[in-house]
Design a protein around this ligand. Sequence first.
Ligand SMILES: Nc1nc2c(ncn2[C@@H]2O[C@H](COP(=O)(O)OP(=O)(O)O)[C@@H](O)[C@H]2O)c(=O)[nH]1
Ligand SMILES: [Mg+2]
Length: 344
Amino acid sequence: MCPCLLQLLFYLLATAVATGFVIVAVVLYKTKPYPNIVRHSDEKSFLDPQSIQTVAFPSIEDAPTLELSVIVPAYNEEKRLPSMLDECLAFLEEKSKGKSSFNYEVIVVSDGSADATVSVALRYAKKHGADKVRVMELVENRGKGGAVRMGVLSARGRQLLFADADGATKFADYDKLEESLSSLASDWRHDGIAIGSRAHLEDDAIASRSFFRTILMHGFHTLVWLFAVRSVRDTQCGFKLFTRSTARKLFTSLHVQRWAFDVELLYLAERLKLPMSEVAVRWTEIDGSKLTPFWSWLQMGSDLGMIWLRYTVGAWRHAAIEKKENRNPFSHTHLESKFLLFPA
Ligand SMILES: Nc1nc2c(ncn2[C@@H]2O[C@H](COP(=O)(O)OP(=O)(O)O)[C@@H](O)[C@H]2O)c(=O)[nH]1
Ligand SMILES: [Mg+2]
């Protein structure tokens, strides 16, 4: 090889290394290690439409008082929400009649919706009572991850399920997730996640999808595998069940509020070695998805790279991984000691 080519290669390599260092330095300088969870005062309470009273939400740090909290993130869902809530509440009512120890709440989190999502959800709260259905109205749009997190922080259940507002997953499949979670964790103080999965439907999905969407899907799966999560085949299904302990641990440390939040949750769960299982669920494609094929996938791709880069260089941290760090108000040690005080 001629010396000038070698020299050029050397310069290119040196530039690449220097750029890498600059990027890492900027990321480290610009990023706060723990998420800054902003909650407006109006988001700390809900309206009880029967008594017309405003009531303060409880906290994930309190002891649980119910068996199951279902969190439904809803962004402009006036059309899709009713059938989802009908199916979900019919199932939960039936279940609580059959088993007296089973009680539940559904928290609909309107993610800064501009349509009638809140009034639609309040109709259900009025019919079923605010002990069973609560409506959280976020004053600004956060993204699906941000909305689910707000619901989780206000939930009372020993187990927490998040479920999409479009009712794409057959709600009765909660039973399968619950059975699987019980085999991972004997109670809410232990860790465990049962992950609803559409991986078994992949061949059918590919058959009905356009070539372009199939390419995007494979590209996304490859990025997830490369950068973040290797043990879960379907990271994106909007039907995941957590023990209270795990939900608190993960959602208080979540940085990504947009679509890729599931990936960050599962990335952290893998790093913390939390028990996880993937459970096949019945799933139907519902019209009206707000995921715009190209841009949402591009946004998710860049979020994935950022998750990997920021955790790898230590710009983002999880208190339980960084045991020495204790600056986070939700720090693991702080919460752990609080949780130990709870009665069985
Ligand atoms: N598009 C969008 N959906 C949100 C947002 N916040 C919460 N969601 C909810 O996220 C869930 C999944 O959305 P959906 O459009 O069905 O996405 P898909 O099933 O992945 O195609 C629904 O319950 C939405 O209402 C947001 O900011 N944007
Ligand atoms: Mg959907």
